[in-house]
Design a protein around this ligand. Structure first.
Ligand code: NBP
Length: 470
């Protein structure tokens, strides 16, 4: 009998199964297409005679599991998950646990959990981050749903997860909270990637940095406050040669995406949470997709002639701008998680979430310790921006940040992430915004009423009368 089962042996499932087996848990595996089962068994053999048992029939797979059965699903999100659990349900018994490890839209998990519960089956929606490498050697995992089901699977997850100051997994909360937190993780990942791309654009266009120099700069940054997986791989990317040139210069400037960033922005809009940096990153990807239009527009529309100027402070200024904007991006993501937690009564712990992102996942970064500390010190912290430590850092970096945004604007370099973050910061720190005028307009054309700064209540003005009428 196997201690655990896994269904779906594409990139994530195959690697996670081998990781689980390597940590000493016997595992049974099944996949719709049998060839993947055979491939997994061959890898299990080659990678250390790991305790993996493969099945080509689903009933045999289910029958091979110790009870209560614990089955991880890693099939394509959406309809394939529904098809797989429909096939599994008749083979399961009350008390069994199903863990969907895909990037699922959280209401789908809640719908399936409800159905599973009616049959006495416990259901978990678990975000898994770290891609192929993470799945094989230690991902960050965000399980949400039934708490007692989590306790049953925790000994396995805690061993399989990345280990950075403890296992990078914790019970997130009820319902679809695990999927939600993974979704926001991916939104933050979009923000980080966009900000790094903008820093690259400013350094190469306004600073004239070569790929070799960019590799040095990013490697250097990775030894400081920006230390993170994404900065580290960026340094590596600039070193990769392609014939006489560099591969990065040969790659088409058109970004792919799978949808979790879009969900994050949709959710931010749904929950009325400002998320300027993450939205800028999503728009950046959409604009990149308009490659043919951009090629045509580049022959019609003109802008300033970008020129590289020697500035000994440029690299440090860009680093400062990147770090400050990154704080804004994480603040937005954390605020979105909190808004969902409040609305759905999930009671999520933002400090613990920052902790499990410390290792295994794409946004892993030294800086997450600081975020954890900020929320541990004040779990009700309204925004990371007003944590005393982050507030001081933003203050110390804002001259560089403004300089870089100004430089980019005057050179015609689009920096929607850096500038959107700065606008977010500037709006958030203002006691009074020009929204008074918006309210006046709304009241004038739609009698939407307004509040006043000097009196309680709701007011409507007769805007045709110049005299005060409210
Ligand atoms: P995919 O998302 O590409 O899904 C492929 C798997 O789904 C295969 O096992 C395939 O079986 C199975 N499948 C499909 Br498609 N339709 C099915 C159906 N109707 N019934 C049963 N099985 C079906 O795999 P992945 O890239 O390993 O990702 C798995 C999950 O993890 C996804 O939700 C993904 O978003 C998430 N994720 C992926 C990454 C990553 O880096 N790839 C990172 C983090 C999270 P087949 O072999 O028979 O076609």
């Amino acid at each position: 009998m196997s201690e655990i089962g896994l269904v779906g042996l594409a990139v994530m499932g195959q690697n996670l199964a081998l990781n689980i087996a390597e940590k000493g848990f016997s595992i049974s595996v099944w996949n719709r297409t049998a060839q993947r089962v055979r491939d997994t068994l061959a890898r299990a053999q080659a990678e250390g005679d790991l305790p993996v048992t493969g099945f080509e029939d689903l009933a045999g797979f289910v029958a091979s599991l110790e009870r209560p059965r614990r089955i991880i699903l890693l099939v394509k999100a959406g309809a394939p998950v529904d098809a797989t659990i429909e096939a599994l349900f008749p083979l399961l018994e009350p008390g069994d646990v199903l863990i969907d490890g895909g990037n699922e839209w959280f209401p789908n998990t809640e719908r399936r959990a409800k159905k599973a519960e009616e049959m006495g089956i416990r259901y978990i929606g678990m975000g898994v981050s770290g891609g192929e490498e993470g799945a094989r050697h230690g991902p960050s995992m965000m399980p949400g749903g039934s708490r007692d089901a989590y306790e049953l699977i925790a000994p396995v997850l805690e061993k399989v997860a990345a280990q950075v100051g403890g296992p990078c997994v914790t019970y997130i909360g009820p319902g679809g909270s695990g999927n939600y937190v993974k979704m926001v993780h991916n939104g933050i990942e979009y923000g980080d990637m966009q900000l790094i791309a903008e820093a690259y654009d400013v350094l190469r266009i306004a600073g004239g940095l070569s790929n070799d120099r960019l590799a040095e700069v990013f490697a250097d940054w990775n030894a400081g406050e920006l230390e993170s997986f994404l900065i580290e791989i960026t340094a590596r990317i600039f070193r990769k040669r392609d014939g006489d040139g560099y591969l990065v210069d040969a790659i088409l400037d058109k970004t792919g995406m799978k949808g979790t960033g879009r969900w994050t922005v949709q959710e931010a809009a749904e929950k009325s949470v400002p998320a300027a940096t993450i939205a800028a990153a999503l728009d950046g990807r959409y604009l990149s997709g308009l490659k043919n239009e951009r090629v045509r527009a580049s022959r019609i529309l003109t802008g300033p002639q970008a020129s590289a100027a020697a500035d000994p402070d440029l690299v440090d200024d860009v680093r400062n701008a990147l770090y400050a904007a990154k704080i804004c991006s994480y603040a937005q993501g954390m605020n979105l998680i909190r808004a969902a937690s409040d609305e759905y009564g999930w009671n999520l712990e933002l400090g613990s979430i920052a902790r499990i992102w410390k290792g295994g996942c794409i946004i892993r970064a030294a800086f997450l310790d600081r975020i954890k500390d900020a929320f541990d010190a004040d779990p009700k912290l309204k925004s990371l921006l007003v944590d005393p430590g982050f507030a001081a850092e933003l203050s110390a970096r804002q001259a560089s940040w403004r300089k870089i945004v100004g430089l980019a604007v005057s050179n015609g370099i689009a920096v929607p992430g850096l500038s959107g973050s700065l606008a977010y910061f500037d709006a958030y720190r203002r006691e009074r915004l020009p929204a008074n005028l918006l309210q006046a307009q709304r009241d004038l054309f739609g009698a939407h009423t307004f509040e006043r700064v000097d009196r309680q209540g709701s007011f409507h003005a007769d805007w045709d009368e110049l005299a005060d009428g409210v």
